[in-house]
Ligand binder design. Structure first.
Ligand code: PEP
Ligand code: MN
Length: 314
């Protein structure tokens, strides 16, 4: 029985021919497109750690957190200027002032900045200040927004809709790609599943990392902050994400002093000290993988040399 509108993995070459690995054999079975954001590359050997506040709340907080993120080893700065909040009575972000503060913090620290664009009318403005445009979970299926983001000439961080299937997520990425912009990084940020709200905010779907990498050649990162919603869970989730093959992480941080308690997502923000441990873990893992690859390469070279000399003896 076929259910109308239901997509299967086999449909991917039709849903996203520009991004499907099956349609684009140039990337082989494991190769990924390198997406570079102002000198920082996603999809290479080294995972990219993005850190910063949930929302840009004021200049002092943002500059302090940008410096802390940099000191803790992050390669990019995050921070929302336009916040998609569940209640319209909650803090909605500083808007244009927030973009200016984030840009200043990025320039001061040398960290490229990523920030969310929630409205098709704001794409041009956000693109003026940001190095990378973030499409949030709630906007993943806002197709006109995806098209405009694709046309803005900036790399795009495309978060997975909290109820989106892999096919729907890659279909959304295809809307951006169709505008001639392949500079897309996918981000798994947790989905609504059985446990949601009981012991974590969402369910971090680590299975989707290898599945995405099999299906498409775009880099994929993980947001352990929104996936867990609990600061104590962010570090183990980050380590697991890297082990599952994530090309990076995007995490929310806050300074431990209570005066700086964030207005937005305070319960999931980690301290700069925890961030340092996460970036150190990412470094150790990269080094271990590189030495594994070196071993395999030298073994392969030895096998090659052996068979060559066997060939010469014959
Ligand atoms: C965010 O990263 O600021 C955010 C709102 O995340 P998400 O869209 O994944 O909920
Ligand atoms: Mn947040």
């Amino acid at each position: 029985m076929q259910i109308a509108g239901k997509l299967e993995i086999e449909d991917l070459p039709r849903v996203c021919p520009l991004l499907s690995r099956a349609v684009n054999p140039a990337y082989g079975r494991h190769g990924r497109l390198a997406v570079t954001v102002a000198g920082v590359t996603f999809g290479g050997r080294r995972p990219v750690v993005i850190a910063g506040p949930c929302a840009v709340e004021n200049r002092a907080q943002t500059l302090a957190l940008a410096q802390a993120a940099r000191a803790a080893g992050a390669a990019m700065l995050r921070g929302g200027a336009y916040k998609p909040r569940t209640s319209p009575h909650d803090f909605q972000g500083l808007g244009l002032d927030g973009l200016k503060i984030l840009r200043e913090a990025g320039d001061l620290t040398g960290l490229p900045v990523v920030t969310e664009v929630i409205d098709v009318r704001l794409v041009e403005t956000v693109a003026q200040y940001a190095d990378m445009l973030q499409i949030g979970s709630r906007s993943m299926q806002n197709y006109p927004l995806l098209v405009e983001a694709g046309r803005a000439g900036k790399p795009v961080l495309l978060k997975r809709g909290m109820a989106a299937s892999l096919c729907e997520w890659l279909g959304a990425a295809e809307y951006i790609a169709l505008e001639g912009n392949l500079q897309i990084v996918l981000c798994e940020r947790g989905i609504r599943a059985h446990s949601a709200g009981e012991y974590s905010r969402f369910t971090l779907d680590l299975n989707v990392i290898p599945a995405v990498r099999e299906a498409a050649f775009l880099p994929v990162i993980v947001d352990p902050s929104h996936a867990t919603g609990i600061s104590a869970r962010v570090e183990p989730a980050s380590r697991a994400a890297l082990e599952a093959g994530s090309d990076g992480l995007i995490v929310e941080i806050a300074l431990p002093q209570s005066a700086c308690r964030p207005l937005c997502d305070a319960g999931q923000a980690i301290s700069p000290a925890t961030l340092s441990r996460i970036t150190a873990f990412a470094e150790r893992r990269t080094a271990a993988m590189e030495s594994e690859t070196d071993c395999v390469e030298s073994e392969l070279a030895a096998v090659g040399a052996e068979s060559e000399s066997a060939g010469a003896r014959q």
